[in-house]
Design a protein around this ligand. Structure first.
Ligand code: H79
Length: 465
């Protein structure tokens, strides 16, 4: 009798929270993505590991997108191929034939790592969440993982719990903290020889350890393409995460849970340098939360050979943010700290420029939703050259112009419901607006050089039909 009351109580408790997902995609895919994620719009990705020591990759137009990644150094060293030769030549010349990749680990010292300083920079950049590589494909963990004995940042190198220290600093600034975690590992012998043990005794305990130890708000998996989601037992893991884990309310996951899952299953859909897998990205009319990730330059891990020309300017990055957000997505912009724990000054500068723009114009970004949703709505987009973008929030529509719209903005086929009021964010200048021939016409005010910005936002209040 007592037991059945208890069971009934548990059953009710689970149902009240709506948390009894079954370990099958059909059920798991019904879980809504927690709203904080879609409202946040801008996050910072951090690729940091043993690869930050050589911090090397080829650059230039002749090299493919994925072949520029410096975090792939170890893999490229031991695989045959043309691009791989560049890595091998550099390695031999610089470190000699007897220097193994593992020998880099003691050189990863993070001696200048100041997590509070990092968190301060992140806060100033306007980012709302952070995603740190807890483990990349090399298998080295940035926390004291029992499953990765002697190949983690406490046993070797920094002798420090990097995941823990950064989590504390980031959370104390009121930002969301999350982890990247690679399902596969290139050279872990158990992965090749005894895959089931790898999943049950290595991968699962590691993911659960990360979740229970640090209570992250994001678990961003990758390296999923080698096996199906059934082989990874991803559905079982997610049922645990959504039903039982301490982060079941807030946790956000992505779509990288098996060779068949990208843009189909899991949480948010992900693009990488605009690609889904190796195909062109969802040109995102998909009514599903999504996120673009990319570096400031052409690599995720720090690449010392990159020059100024390889880095996007602040204006270019703001454009990526705007076009992503106007298409309903988030931007996860990557930085690659050095092995010494410093963030390259060029990356700091870019983040602070974005932060400066967001201080004035963030109203048109945070908490907004896509405005151009259908082919019909696209008719109001005056930028055939894609220099004008739209977002919306409450009773406002935001018109974001990458260039100063000298000749005015004509929103075709738009009628204001009540009389529309238009203002230019960051200024006190009044903006004149009129309706004519079924169009709404915004006439930009006179500007002085002091008013210069990297992109201009007109807020239309009281629209729109
Ligand atoms: O961590 C960064 C990169 O190192 C990592 N993802 C970001 C966040 C990454 N790993 N691999 N790749 C990116 C590219 C992988 C490409 C391929 Fe494939 C894997 C080509 C063939 C198998 C993915 C799956 C693309 C096509 C199928």
């Amino acid at each position: 009798m007592k037991n059945s009351v208890l069971i009934l109580f548990l059953f009710l408790a689970l149902n009240v929270n709506g948390q009894n997902y079954k370990p099958v995609w059909e059920s798991l895919d019904k879980r809504p993505v927690p709203q904080w994620f879609e409202d946040s719009k801008f996050g910072i990705f951090i690729h940091w590991g043993v690869y930050s020591v050589p911090a090397w990759g080829p650059t230039g137009d002749s090299i493919g997108v994925y072949d520029k990644y410096a975090e792939w150094y170890w893999n490229k060293l031991v695989q045959p191929g043309k691009v791989q030769k560049y890595f091998k030549n550099f390695h031999l010349k610089t470190y000699g034939p007897n220097f193994k990749y593992q020998d880099f680990a003691p050189m990863f010292k993070a001696e200048l790592f100041d997590p509070d300083k990092w968190a301060e920079l992140f806060k100033e950049s306007g980012a709302k969440y952070i995603v740190l590589t807890s483990k990349h494909h090399e298998g080295f963990t940035l926390w004291p993982s029992a499953q990765s004995w002697n190949w983690n940042s406490v046993d070797v190198g920094p002798h420090r719990d990097l995941c823990g220290d950064l989590t504390t600093a980031v959370k104390s600034k009121g930002l969301h903290m999350g982890f990247y975690y690679s399902l596969y590992e290139w050279f872990n012998p158990i992965y090749k020889d005894d895959f089931n043990s790898y999943v049950d005794e290595h991968m699962m305990p590691q993911m659960k350890d990360l979740v229970t130890r640090y209570s992250p708000d994001i678990l961003w998996t990758d390296g999923e393409w080698d096996k199906t989601s059934k082989e990874w037992k991803s559905e079982e893991f997610l049922a645990w995460l959504y039903n039982e884990s301490p982060v079941k309310q807030n946790i956000v996951v992505n779509d990288r849970w098996g060779s068949e899952t990208r843009s189909k299953h899991g949480g948010i859909f992900t693009t990488e340098y605009g690609l889904v897998g190796d195909k062109e990205g969802i040109e995102n009319s998909v009514p599903h939360p999504w996120e673009e990730c990319r570096g400031i330059g052409t690599s995720f891990g720090f690449n010392r050979t990159e020059g100024l020309a390889d880095y996007s300017t602040a204006g270019e990055l703001i454009k990526v943010l705007i076009s992503t957000v106007s298409a309903g997505g988030n931007l996860l912009l990557d930085i690659g700290p050095g092995a010494d724990g410093t963030i390259p000054v060029i990356m700091q500068q870019r983040l602070l420029e974005i932060g400066k723009w967001l201080k004035t114009n963030g109203e048109a970004i945070y908490g907004t939703r896509s405005f151009v949703r259908s082919k019909k709505d696209e008719a109001i987009n005056p930028g055939t050259n894609k220099t004008v973008y739209f977002t919306q929030k409450d009773n406002n529509v935001y018109v974001i112009c990458l260039n100063w719209p000298k000749g005015g903005i004509v929103l075709k086929g738009v009628k204001s419901v009540s009389k529309a009021k238009v203002s230019l964010l960051g200024t006190a200048i009044s903006v004149s607006v009129k309706e004519s021939g079924g169009n709404l016409i915004i006439n930009p005010p006179a500007m002085t050089p002091d008013d210069h910005q990297l992109a201009y936002v007109f807020r239309i209040n009281g629209m729109i039909k």
